[in-house]
Design a protein around this ligand. Structure first.
Ligand code: MV4
Length: 453
């Protein structure tokens, strides 16, 4: 069993990992930047090490600082959380080279899934449905043009090094393609230092449904059903839920089996998530795989009763995954709201300042994952996530009522948050019916913009 973990992250996920360590009797050391001296993670950890200045490039994104922190404090392992270096194959490799267990998949799995075109090909070969598109990187605009004629417009140009919606360009017809190809390539080169592109048919009216997976180092892999993340604004998830209102038990089994076949084909180890687009007729297509623990993992934890971060630690310790597929039983419904320090009335502009007063919601079926406390000033340098409120209830309707109640109870003063916006979304008929797709939130924002003018 691991004895001492360096947490190479901050905020609520650092707190979440500390909690899992404590319950397993593993010591937790938190690496923190100068901007995070007063963080809750520093207070809760067994030990803490300052790794550098506020700028992420000099702290949470700086492998030498993190590796030294782990070695100086006698850690045997590193948990990267999400974001920062969590999907950096080079960092995972360096950890292994200095004898630190990276709590996540192998460097080669991270690298393979980080190349979005290679990930797509790998899944296709394993029998996972993918969106019609290119079998490889596009070599030229001419090649793109020929291919687009075959798959049909509209098409989407995606950056091989992108992901999460970064570096994508919709092309409506042939007249746009040559220019779009050049711009997308230049943008990808500037953003990722890698300009390679691939192509897919652009699908509309789809939902974002993702399958959680777990696998151990002995070839045993299972899925833990889906989360529906179709309520997004500019690729930022606003509300997530599970199970998806549009996924039947039969479809869940088909998607889950596809996900397990996909990860088994690459010998994937630890927790991961396969993102799919799901259409109205139940057709689904692999988009990309995230090789980390995700922000919305508590949704899965509440509907399965399985502690994902605990399993990450156990699997990295070399323990067997003692859960079988038949042990994964979906019960009830969970919804998560990400509470951000942003002002919805000002186009979600980040809101800075001291949290004067913090009263989290409680009561039956309510979980709060947060690093907040009264008097805390969230550093402006990092993302604006303040808290995740996650509710569980037997049915979706009860979960909706519970989330409305929880958001109503929660008090955060001093900064503007997204809570009231999410509260209003829960009352939207289209959200309540469960019959929404990725177009729901953009369309709603457009309608509301019209009303306020
Ligand atoms: C797509 C798509 C439509 N067709 N690919 C955005 C995030 C990244 N994982 C891929 N994304 C999309 N890929 C094809 N071929 C639409 C999206 C997309 C989207 C996906 C999930 C959640 C929100 C989204 C918002 C806009 C576009």
């Amino acid at each position: 069993m691991l004895k001492k973990v360096l947490i190479a992250n901050r905020g609520e996920i650092a707190v979440r990992i500390i909690r899992a360590c404590q319950e397993l009797g593993i010591e937790a050391v938190v690496a923190y930047s100068q901007a995070d001296r007063d963080s809750l993670a520093v207070r809760l950890a067994d030990e803490s090490v300052c790794i550098g200045p506020a700028a992420p490039s000099r702290s949470y994104l700086n492998p030498p600082a993190l590796i030294s922190a782990a070695l100086i404090t006698g850690c045997d392992s590193v948990h990267p959380g999400y974001g920062f270096l969590s999907e950096n194959a080079y960092f995972a490799e360096i950890c292994a080279q200095v004898g630190l267990v990276f709590i996540g998949p192998s460097p080669s799995a991270i690298r393979l899934m980080g190349d979005k075109a290679a990930a797509r090909q790998t899944m296709k070969r394993a029998g996972v449905p993918v969106i019609p598109g290119s079998d490889d990187v596009l070599k030229s605009a001419e090649e793109a043009q020929e291919l687009a004629r075959v798959i049909g417009y509209p098409v989407l140009l995606k950056a091989v090094a992108g992901g999460g919606g970064r570096g994508m360009r919709v092309v409506q017809d042939e007249s746009e393609l040559v220019r779009a190809f050049a711009t997308a390539r230049a943008e990808a080169e500037a953003a990722f230092g890698q300009g390679d592109l691939y192509m897919e048919r652009y699908l509309t009216g789809m939902r974002h449904v993702e399958i959680q997976v777990l696998a151990d180092a002995y070839g045993h892999a299972i899925h833990l059903a889906e989360r529906d993340c179709s309520v997004q604004r500019r690729h930022q998830k606003i509300i997530e839920e599970g199970p998806s209102p549009q996924v039947s038990p039969a479809l869940r089994e088909r998607m889950g089996n596809a996900a397990v076949a996909g990860i088994s084909s690459i010998g994937y180890v630890n927790a991961g998530t396969l993102e799919f687009l799901l259409g109205r007729d139940g057709e689904f297509y692999f988009m990309e795989m995230n090789t980390r623990i995700q922000v919305e993992h508590p949704v899965t934890e509440l509907i399965t009763g399985i502690d994902l971060v605990r399993w990450q630690l156990l699997i990295a310790s070399g323990e067997r995954l003692t859960l079988n597929q038949k042990d994964v039983i979906i019960r009830g419904h969970a919804i998560e709201c990400r509470i951000n320090a942003e002002d919805p009335s000002r186009d979600f502009l980040p809101s800075a300042g001291e949290v004067e007063f913090y009263l989290p919601p409680g009561g039956p079926g309510v979980r709060v994952d947060s690093h907040l406390y009264g008097g805390y000033t969230p550093p402006g340098t990092y993302d604006s996530l303040l808290a995740k409120i996650i509710v569980w209830a037997e049915s979706r309707d009860e979960a909706l009522a519970r989330m409305r109640r929880a958001l109503g109870e929660c008090v955060i003063t001093g900064v503007t948050t997204t809570m009231s916006f999410q509260h209003s979304l829960l009352s939207e008929p289209d959200f309540q019916s469960g019959e929404f797709d990725l177009g729901f939130l953009p369309a709603l924002m457009e309608r509301r913009r019209g009303q306020s003018l």
